[in-house]
Design a protein around this ligand. Sequence first.
Ligand code: RB5
Length: 147
Amino acid sequence: MIAIGSDHAGFPLKEEIRKYLDEKGIAYKDFGTYSTDRADYPKYGAIVAHAVASGEYEKGILVCGTGIGISIAANKVKGIRAACCSDYFSAKYTRLHNDANILCMGARVIGGGAACELVDVFLNTEFEGGRHAERIAMFDDIYDGKL
Ligand code: RB5
């Protein structure tokens, strides 16, 4: 199950992504926002990040105007590796090397077609593990004050 969310700027692209997930038969929960009325991206970044960090949702997708603010918010939550991507290579390699668990995109940066391609590769690429797993473990060292 995928958790998705956006602020007002990201709402139109989130709607396109929802349509894509529906067409592909991919289960998701939409945590809002549900209109173009002003909505603060840290709130939605946090809601989706907590949903993924809890283990209840396998991965997340977040959208704001740039994809950056909402990724910064999501990355404040321990266990979250949110990657802001606008190209296919980054969306693929952030899964292979970073085991990213949230894909963030900017509705003012990329169109619906590209976004859905990124969603597709992000959801269908497995983490490589190995040496990359040791680096992922080091993220927790930062939270624990060891780095
Ligand atoms: C909202 O105007 C905009 O600042 C927000 O969607 C996002 O781009 C922030 O990073």
